[in-house]
Each structure stands twice: as C-alpha cells, then as structure tokens.
Design a protein around this ligand. Structure first.
Ligand SMILES: NC(=O)c1ccc[n+]([C@@H]2O[C@H](COP(=O)([O-])OP(=O)(O)OC[C@H]3O[C@@H](n4cnc5c(N)ncnc54)[C@H](OP(=O)(O)O)[C@@H]3O)[C@@H](O)[C@H]2O)c1
Length: 274
C-alpha cells in the first residue's frame, strides 16, 4: 500500500495544470445566473467545463449562458426552484439528456431575510431554510444518485460544492438581523461534513466554500449601510471581487482536490482569522 502511494507521487504523466483542467466536465451551478454563482460558473468555463445554469428566472440564466458560450464551452439555461423536488428532478433529467453525465454540482442558490429575532415570521424563517439548506440537500440527493450510478475512474465519481458563508461559522451583531440565514449556513457546513463521510465510499468529494462579503444583489444594501464597519473587520481591507471565488471553485471542482473532502474553504479576506 505504502509502496503504491510512493509510486503515485512519482507519476510524471500527470502535471498540475492537468489536475486543474476541467475540459469536458459537466457542471451544474444552481443560482448561476448572477452574483457568486455566475462568477464561479465563469471560472469553471474558463477551465473548460460545460455548464448548466439554473435558477427561478430562466431569462437571466439564458443571458449568462450566452456569455459563457463565448469562452468556447457549451452552456445551457434551465428554470429550477431548489425548494421543489420535481423542479430539481426535471433539471437533472434535462442536464442528462443534453450532456449525458454530471461531474460537478455547485449548490449556490440562496436567499436571506432580515428581521430581529423577536419579529422573525415563521414563513420568512422557513423560506430561508428551505432554499439554503433543504435546497442544498435536495439537489445533492438528486445529483448524487446520478454520480453514484455513473461512477468515474481517476479517484473521483463527482464533486459537490456547497456554498456556505462565514455567517455559518458564528454569530453577528444585532445590526445584522438574519438569524435564519446564519442557522441555514451553519446547517450547510454540518451537512457538507456528514455527506462527505457518507459518500466517501462512492468516491464523491463533498466540500463547502464559505465566502465573506462580496457585493451582489443579495448583499449590496447591507454593504452600503455598513461599509466602514465591515471593512474594519476584514484584514485585507476590501470586499471580495468578481474573480476572488473562481480559484476556490475550480480547485474543489477539479482533480486537484481529489484527496480533499469534508472541508470548508473560507474565502473572506481574513475576516474570520481575527
Ligand atoms: N454575497 C455575499 O456576500 C455572500 C457571502 C457569503 C455567502 N453567499 C452565498 O452565495 C450564494 C450566492 O449569493 P449571491 O450573493 O450571489 O446572491 P444573488 O446575487 O442574490 O444570487 C442568488 C442566486 O440564487 C438564485 N436563487 C434564489 N432562490 C432560488 C431558488 N429557490 N431556486 C433556484 N435558484 C434560486 C437566484 O436566481 P432567481 O432569483 O432567479 O431564482 C440567483 O441566481 C448564496 O448561497 C449566498 O448565501 C453570499
């Protein structure tokens, strides 16, 4: 066994550029139409992956898919609500009929709801949990079944990347009243670790990315109100930009991370390092 491992490390037929190459891989990005999902989809496309972008508003996915096609890859747009198991199953079947396989799933679709804990309505709490946590479970379950069935050589049957948040690592001051969001992202982190253990036997790597603050449709209003306060808590003294998540997504989607599972990769400018 040790002899085998030693000989693997000397394998000169695989170089590091090949490990990161995604040519011919098929990746689904939920919420891939805008924001961080769009950015990670672009990163994967730049490394050669074919993309399925899905969200509730299909038109925005279409526009993003057309832009990604300019990079020379195939990209399709599908309507999908991650709260709805039937809608997810349709999305998975449409992906298989178009591409015949699924190699990468990025569970990125997410929402937030702001209200003080004492006033948070159950329906708003439920909406956030159902989208961010239950949606992650439902998509992983539907796509994971395909990955288990299809199998794959080269030490990976598939990659599942769940988008958590630094909000899932701890609490926040009262000026940031989004307890359902924090709870959902903490759940995504535990879900990631448990699923990584459960599906290791299938050779599916399951990891999470925990972004810090990135200006997007979701975060813009909060960032405008608290810009100085938030920046003072980020050692690198800036918010994430339109490229800062690409490397993490490509790493976790590629063979470069075949021995990484159950990990939470924090991309936050040092915010959680204080
Ligand atoms: N921005 C940040 O600072 C930040 C920090 C940490 C983590 N995150 C996480 O990163 C992810 C993306 O956030 P973002 O900032 O890019 O937000 P965004 O710009 O608001 O994008 C959210 C995406 O999710 C989709 N979506 C929402 N509900 C959905 C549903 N039920 N079914 C399918 N798609 C749905 C949206 O499209 P439709 O509305 O068309 O469905 C959109 O494509 C989220 O999970 C978020 O929690 C963001």
């Amino acid at each position: 066994m040790l002899k085998e491992a030693a000989s693997t490390t000397r394998d000169s037929t695989v170089n590091v550029k090949q490990l990161f190459d995604l040519t011919g891989r098929v990746a689904i990005v939920t919420g891939g139409s805008i924001g961080l999902g769009r950015q990670m989809a672009e990163g994967l496309a730049e490394m050669g992956a074919d993309l399925v972008l899905c969200a509730r508003k299909k038109e925005r996915c279409h526009q993003a898919a057309e832009e990604l096609q300019q990079l020379g890859v195939k990209a399709i747009a599908l309507g999908c609500d991650v709260k709805n198991p039937d809608s997810i199953q349709e999305m998975v079947e449409a992906t298989l009929s178009q591409f015949g396989r699924i190699d990468v799933l990025i569970n990125n679709a997410g929402i937030s709801w702001g209200a003080p804990v004492e006033e948070m309505r159950l329906e708003d709490w439920n909406k956030v949990i159902e989208t961010n946590l239950t949606g992650t479970f439902l998509c992983a379950q539907a796509v994971g079944k395909v990955m288990i069935r299809q199998g794959r050589a080269e030490n990976s049957a598939g990659k599942i990347i769940n988008i958590a948040s630094v909000a899932g690592l701890g609490g926040a001051p009262a000026e940031l009243p989004a307890i359902g969001y924090h709870a959902s992202k903490g759940g995504v982190i535990s879900f990631t670790k448990d699923l990584a253990c459960k599906w290791a036997s299938h050779n599916i790597q399951v990891n999470a990315i925990a972004p810090g603050w990135f200006p997007t449709h979701m975060s813009n209003r909060v960032l405008e109100h608290h810009e100085e306060l938030f920046l003072s808590h980020i050692p690198l003294r800036r918010f994430g930009n339109e490229h800062d998540l690409k490397g993490a997504a490509v790493f976790l989607a590629s063979a470069a991370s075949n021995y990484v599972t159950g990990h939470v990769l924090v991309v936050d400018g040092g915010q959680s390092a204080w």
